[in-house]
Write a protein that binds this ligand. Sequence first.
Ligand SMILES: [Zn+2]
Length: 215
Amino acid sequence: MDNTEECRLCNCHTGTHQLLSDGSEYYLCHNCGLIFQKRDQLPHYFEEKERYLEHENDLERQDYMSYLQESTKRIFNFPISKKSLLDYGCGPVKGLENIWNKEFEYLASFDAIFHKNTDFKVKTFDVICCIEVIEHFYCPAKSFEHINSLLGKSSFVLFRTEFLESCDKLEKWWYRKDPTHVCFYNSQTWKYLEKKMNWKLVLEEDSRYAIFQKL
Ligand SMILES: [Zn+2]
């Protein structure tokens, strides 16, 4: 019997329940494809913050900065306007502001835990980058709406996350073992977002990158 929670992206109740051997529970939404952790298993805010501070994200660390640069450079393959870039979900340090400061006129950072100020100099951005961010969303419907509200018409948003096409891999999948990774996406989720947000998927690469343009 399926005992399904409301999908936190599309609000449907049409899902499949997955119980894993370590007691973790997930749902696969049949409407939007989102795979999400059971609500009462979500980590507490403070645990989450501590966990992020353990991540060694540091402007001085060359490998971290190279990783950010490598992850975001594909945005330049698209006809972007280079006036403004937002690093959405930057974490404790403002990495992209330090990497692309010559390419963009205005750069800003937002993070729901570490940099909550949304008092930006522009209303909407030409480019928004979310590097290893969307798998952390407790309420993806709200967070994608927030991103959409900050995205200008014809602007681009890049997501980097590990895609998960079905629940079969969940049991042994390393990516879910980070307790702050609570929802996973796939082609069906991208199709849902295209329709819901009026975005067009312009790149899907390596089961890791998705770039959308706002129509
Ligand atoms: Zn759904």
